[in-house]
Design a protein around this ligand. Structure first.
Ligand code: G3P
Length: 221
């Protein structure tokens, strides 16, 4: 399972890459707006440079012609640029056109398994179901990941399932058990994943015991 960071913050991406945990990045207009930058173009170019894999960048047009035009600009930024297109009828039409142009698309704002099926049939390389936002309205977001997985297996669909709107480590665990292709998460969730209180407790005990043997903390080899 690939791990993407859901951020437009270059420092977070750099840190995640240094830890060896980040395979790619997803951004959206809300994440970009948090960065309060004057130069969006430089921000995106920096993100593409520091990320070792695909970077999803979202169009902000909502009509077919506008989406295709903005997608062309995004794709021209680099080999690892992936165009994020919203799940609408115009979006599906744009995805078909971009597939013909061999421009990779991540279809975003997916909240049902049939939306994912339609995006895949249109030629999306990734579908992004928003699990956290489904949980927010009392549904089980992860259940649609299971359903999409089954549907894609039924029809041998190669579109990748990119679990988005991840809010906690359990979303990541369930994604891995289901066999999602990618999870994209905020930096705060990424940082929590390698931690366990018993790991911290165990390490503290090892260090204390070692100091009983060598009070100065020496390692005499
Ligand atoms: O990038 C799309 C998605 O991950 C947004 O997450 O937390 O705003 O629902 P969230």
């Amino acid at each position: 399972m690939k791990i993407f960071l859901d951020t437009a913050n270059v420092d977070e991406i750099r840190q995640g890459v240094e830890w060896g945990l980040v395979d790619g990045v997803t951004t959206n207009p809300s994440l970009a707006s948090k960065e309060k930058i004057a130069d969006f173009s430089s921000l995106v170019r920096n993100i593409l440079k520091v990320t070792p894999g695909p970077v999803s960048i979202e169009v902000v047009a909502t009509d077919y012609n506008g989406m295709v035009q903005q997608a062309g600009k995004i794709a021209a930024l680099g080999e690892n640029a992936v165009v994020k297109i919203p799940m609408t009828l115009d979006g599906l039409k744009a995805i078909r056109t971009l597939k013909e142009k061999r421009i990779p698309v991540n279809c975003t704002l997916i909240f049902s398994p049939v939306q994912a099926l339609f995006a895949a049939k249109s030629g999306a390389e990734y579908v992004s179901p928003f699990v956290g936002r489904l949980d927010d309205i009392g549904e089980d977001g992860m259940f649609i990941i299971e359903q999409i997985k089954t549907i894609f297996a039924n029809y041998n669909i190669s579109t990748k399932i990119l679990v988005a709107s991840i809010r906690n480590p359990v979303h990541v665990l369930r994604s891995a058990i289901i066999g999602a292709d990618v999870v994209t998460m905020p930096f705060e969730v990424l940082k929590k994943l390698p931690s366990h209180p018993k790991t911290d407790e165990g390490l503290a005990r090892f260090m204390d015991d070692w100091k009983k043997l060598f009070p100065t903390g020496d390692f005499p080899l």
